[in-house]
Design a protein around this ligand. Structure first.
Ligand code: TRP
Length: 334
């Protein structure tokens, strides 16, 4: 991979703080795989971010490799994209410190994710949790990123990243590329199967609300059969039909059909027929991913090769930005 392509650069990160869900796949990772054809992509497992809430060390290690294996199984190609682990590139932490000094207490206090997480983890409102968005800004700005594929819940953090970049550029002259959020058109927001007004999340207390990429086929089928719907009975999208609308979206993405085609296919049919059909479509979509992931997790040497090479490539790019930043703020060259 050449360092001097004129392709636009993409950076995105996923936390290894749990298992990946169908929502992560359909909303993000599947798009990552498509984007790598057109852009120069860096995809990072953000373990430094994960420790802002307490993690069990053995679980964190396992989950970090699982996320990497799942990235690969979902079609991310280490020949095309740079796949790496955040803590392997110290420049993330180094730039984060610098950017801290150009981030305001007030603006960080307004971050809704901080407010949510600090009320959820009220026994551990640590400085890292407060600083989380500055580390995220460092992730993005280190690579002179043009586009950041994220869910809408991360838009506020991208906006903050832009403010920090603009402030720094304003003081020291042009240093950072101004990144933009990239919300793919097909990046559907997948909702919980138990409460379809909420985003599908692995932190849902009710495990029937989410599908994990590694779920067994029988679990996937059971969760879809139990999915919350409504009493209307028609398989169409609409107000008050959030559950069915979500299932239509999932079925459409899993089969490559449009939602209109799905409605036509199931016109006159009932939920008892539709729900297992969605389950089967998802089972078939996820089967090769699960099998590939299991294979990769048995091949630790290969995973190590991927993340080692990824970190080397990323470090090289990151170093260029960090050197420039150090020079601009007035540090003596080592
Ligand atoms: N905060 C992001 C999330 O929870 C993860 C993340 C960390 C990220 N650094 C990033 C996403 C940089 C995009 C770019 O989803």
């Amino acid at each position: 991979m050449s360092e001097t392509t004129d392709k636009k650069r993409i950076f995105s990160g996923v936390q290894p703080s749990g298992k990946l869900t169908l929502g992560n796949y359909l909303g993000a990772i599947r798009n990552f795989a498509m984007l790598q054809e057109e852009y120069e992509c860096l995809y990072c497992v953000v373990d430094l971010h994960a420790i802002t809430v307490r993690q069990n060390p053995a679980d964190l290690r396992r989950q970090t490799l699982e996320v990497l294996a799942q990235y690969l199984a979902c079609g991310l190609d280490p020949e095309k994209s740079t796949l790496f682990i955040q803590s392997h590139v110290p420049a993330h932490a180094e730039l984060a410190w610098i950017l801290n000094c150009y981030s305001m207490f007030g603006e960080l206090s307004r971050m809704t994710q901080f407010k949510d997480k600090s009320s959820k983890h009220s026994d551990n409102v640590n400085a890292g949790l407060f600083d989380y968005p500055v580390l995220m800004a460092a992730d993005i700005l280190l690579y002179q990123t043009d586009l950041v594929p994220v869910g809408v819940d991360q838009l506020q953090h991208i906006e903050l990243t832009r403010n920090i970049a603009q402030r720094f550029n304003g003081i020291y002259s042009e240093t950072f590329t101004m990144p933009e959020p990239y919300i793919p058109k097909t990046g559907a927001k997948i909702m919980s199967l138990q409460d379809p007004t909420r985003k599908m999340s692995k932190s849902d207390e009710n495990a029937n609300g989410f599908i994990l990429l590694m779920d067994k086929p029988e679990d996937i089928m059971r969760k879809f059969k139990r999915a919350v719907t409504d009493s209307d009975g028609r398989i169409v999208r609409g107000e008050g039909k959030e559950g069915i609308s979500n299932l239509i979206a999932i079925y459409a993405l899993a089969t490559g059909k449009t939602p209109e085609e799905v409605e036509a296919e199931f016109a006159g049919k009932g939920y008892a027929e539709f729900k297992p059909a969605v389950g089967e479509a998802v089972v078939e979509m996820l089967r090769p991913i699960r099998e590939k992931t299991e294979d990769l997790l048995r091949n630790k040497d290969y995973l190590q090769q991927v993340y080692t090479e990824g970190a080397q490539r990323a470090s090289y790019m990151a170093r260029k930005t960090l050197d420039k930043v150090y020079r601009k703020v007035g540090f003596i060259k080592r």
